[in-house]
Ligand binder design. Sequence first.
Ligand code: HEC
Length: 303
Amino acid sequence: MFSRIAPATKRSVQQAFKPTVQARFASTKPHVTEQPKQFAAVTAGIVGATGLAYMYADSELSANMADEGLHPPHHPWAHSGPLSTYDHAAIRRGYQVYREVCSACHSLDRIAWRNLIGVSHTEEEVKAMAEEVEYEDGPDENGEMFMRPGKPSDYMPRPYPNEEAARAGNAGSLPPDLSLITKARHGGEDYVFALLTGYMDPPGGVEVREGMNYNPYFPGGAIAMARVLFDEVVEYEDGTPATTSQLAKDVSTFLAWAAEPEHDERKKMGMKATIILSGLTLLSLWLKRFKWSPIKTRKIVYK
Ligand code: HEC
């Protein structure tokens, strides 16, 4: 390295007729800042960031707002902060609403009884709830299928045996499985809440077909599901007043949990990772300064 720099420096010494010249290394700051390049880089950065912001900010808009439905207002959910967890009492109440109201039409295929253990119910409660449902099992030694009481490892029972039966029971419309509904709709739990509380008379000039119900939050405005939540339709065991909006909030929290049961654990892991990684980053910055200090602070003088 030195042998390669030295001859070049020597030449410059001869050219400049200076008694001493400092050698400059790649790690030191150049005297002449390259203005045009910096300007181009900053401009490219600004254009890129604006483009990305535009692309993502606009992604919730549709060409026709009626197709998209009224945009649901955002509510301050207990779990929406970066470090906040679900309101587990609300999950428990929401499960009760799902069981007593929604489960008459909607399945919840991806949730097993055992998933509720430690989240909203104790193991004994879950075992007792599962045992109330009969599941088909088998075959036994005679090749026969038989019915047995449910176990925590069984999945939530479905209201209908198949899609055709579900459609037949709902005038041709299919009640979707609710396991991932907050992930499958724009607005997530805000949408579910707005949908459940948004039923109203159709405005003047809007005709809703027989058997359909007007709901501005549903794309198109006419939904086959009638309003299902009314004040006191469920009696909460913890004594919470069961207003329509309370019921909707609790069942939306429950469905948000069903779609993302790992949510609390994920945030906890994220916090741990952030703490550990930022500690390691500081350590490696310090180590870099330490290792580089002899190189950065040396001065080489040629005579
Ligand atoms: C009487 C049967 C019935 C009950 C009870 C019921 N639903 Fe529905 N639900 C339906 C039907 C049918 C649809 C399909 C509507 C359509 O496609 O027009 C539906 C659709 C939905 C949708 C999807 C809307 C969309 O954007 O596609 C959600 C979310 C929903 N229901 C939530 C609930 C919740 C939460 C409850 C309990 C509080 C509930 N439902 C109770 C029949 C029911």
